[in-house]
Structure formats: C-alpha cells, structure tokens
Design a protein around this ligand. Structure first.
Ligand SMILES: [Zn+2]
Ligand SMILES: [Zn+2]
Length: 302
C-alpha cells in the first residue's frame, strides 16, 4: 500500500505528540502534569522524550502507568551524541524504545546511537534541524532515520527556527525516502504546548499499533488543519480537507502546484508542473495560516 492510502482505512485518526520533555530532564512540569495536559487537550497518545544524557541519569521515562482505554503512551527519549558540523551534540528523537535502553557509550556517535535505537525497535526522527543549522551532509549520515521533524513548535516560538522542510525536501531530492512529523517539543516554560502534532491512522489506540503506523507512514502532521483524503492520479492530486485557504503540492527543487481560495474543502491540482519530480507532498494552509503536512509520496509507489 502506498503511504497515503491509509486515509480511507477503517478507524479514526489518533492525535499524538512525539517529542515532549518533563522534569526528568529540562522540562518545567513533572510527568503526571505533562500527561494530564495532553489528555485534557484531547490527545489520544503521547511520547515523553526526555534528554538521554548522563547529567539527567539517562532517562527513558516510564509512562506505562498512565495508559488506559482512552489514552496511551509510547516510551521514548531524545538521544544525544557527538557531533554535527556545527554542534557538539546530535538531537535525535527515538519513540518506541525499551525501558532498559543502555546509555550511550563514549565511542558512540549520533549515527551509531540512532542505529542502536532503531535496532531496539524505535521510530527515529531527526529533530529540529533548523534550530541547530543541521546540514544535508550531516543528516545523510543518520542512516537509521525514519523521519525528519517538519515543524517543531517550541523551536519556532522561541528561536524562529521551527522548520524542517528544507532538510526533508533536500534529502528527498537526493533520493532518500523519509517520513515527516510535526511536534511541539514542549518544555512548559513558554506557551510551547500543542502547537504541532501527528494524526495517526491505527486500528487500536495501543502502543504497538501506533508504532507500526508511524513506521509505515500512516499519518499526517498538523498545526490545526485536517486532511481527510489525498488521491493521486497520473494528472492530478485531489485533496479533501477542513476549510482551508490554500492547498500546495511541492516536489523536487522548487517545482510546485497550488490552489488558493476561500473555505476550500476539496481541491484538484494539476500534476503537470511536477511532471519531472519523482516525489511530491501536500501542504494544507488554514485561513489562520496554520498548516498540515502529508508525508512525501513517491510516484513509483503509486
Ligand atoms: Zn533537541
Ligand atoms: Zn526536545
């Protein structure tokens, strides 16, 4: 199945955040208050991803006790190891880790640590690339990555560097097939909560089903707008969404197709402008400027 056909699968979308901090590292709120915030805001699941560093005693925060019929949790951490061209440490999100994931060793660099986390079962995300000026060359070395963060709300709010599209699209242009997700990276020291999330189509609101859906790309990302369906033919992309002021389809380099209007709920965009692009992805723009993003769609998988 192509990664976007999940829209018509049975079941409903589950809303979740994949990148969150608590007082187990440098967040302002304890685990129970963080869980309560997402639960009360209507989220279906949460991954707490405290900084996996010696100074915080290598936290893989155990949230299993907060799972119930309506809300569940994935076990995760934000992994750090030397180094990128411009930063002494990598920032790598790992969701679906075992609770006994061993501390990083002195000779383990970012790519090696990410590989070990993926081998342990985790979904691997390249976190907030713009925030630390992560280059395409650096990112290519994370061969274990499943995804790039296309939007990090905390990094946008406090640093004006929340965007990851440059890196996702650059890697796609190099032929690398990655997924993409939005998150808030909330630390609860500023209004950084609930500014970006994922909508996952999973059969059950259970950790394993969600993790499988993440790895298979059965999700989209949002700051608010909803995507109901995406269909791609030889000549057009059809998008059904909650009323939007624009639908944009981007592809290789600066190739794109767009439609703007008032209260769009359905848009048909010609693919001809993207004829030579091997991939495309859909962005829905709400009337308030907030966006929703599909995963990249590769034409040879249609
Ligand atoms: Zn980080
Ligand atoms: Zn973080």
């Amino acid at each position: 199945m192509s990664s976007f056909e999940f829209f018509s699968d049975a079941g409903r979308f589950l809303r979740g955040n994949l990148h969150t901090h608590t007082t187990r590292s440098d967040g302002a709120l304890p685990v129970e208050a963080v869980i309560a915030a997402y639960r009360d805001a209507g989220y279906d699941f949460l991954a707490i991803t405290d900084h996996f560093l010696a100074r915080y005693e290598w936290p893989v925060t155990d949230t299993r006790g907060f799972r119930d019929q309506r809300f569940t949790t994935l076990i995760g951490a934000e992994l750090h190891a030397p180094r990128t061209a411009l930063s002494p440490l990598w920032h790598i999100v790992a969701v679906g880790l075992p609770l006994d994931f061993a501390p990083a060793t002195e000779d383990e660099d970012g790519p090696a640590l990410a590989r070990r986390a993926r081998e342990a079962g985790a979904f691997i995300g390249i976190a907030h690339p713009a925030w630390y000026s992560l280059s395409l060359e650096d990112a290519e070395t994370i061969d274990a990555a499943h995804a790039v963060e296309i939007y990090n709300h905390g990094c946008q709010l406090m640093h004006d560097k929340g965007d990851g599209a440059y890196l996702l699209d650059g890697l796609s242009d190099k032929g690398r097939r990655l997924l993409t997700y939005a998150c808030d990276d909330a630390h609860f020291k500023a209004p950084d909560f609930a500014g970006g999330w994922v909508e996952v189509k999973a059969a059950h609101n259970e950790p394993d089903a969600i993790l499988d859906a993440l790895k298979a790309g059965r999700f989209y990302s949002s700051q608010g707008p909803r995507i109901h369906d995406i269909a791609v033919t030889d000549s057009v992309v059809e998008v059904a969404c909650l009323p939007a002021m624009g639908v944009v389809v981007v592809g290789e380099g600066y190739l794109m197709s767009y439609r703007f209007g008032t209260g769009l709920t359905r848009a048909t965009l010609p693919l001809e402008p993207l004829a030579v692009s091997p991939w495309l992805r859909v962005v829905v723009i709400g009337g308030d400027g907030r966006r929703a993003w599909s995963n990249p769609i590769w034409k040879d998988q249609l």
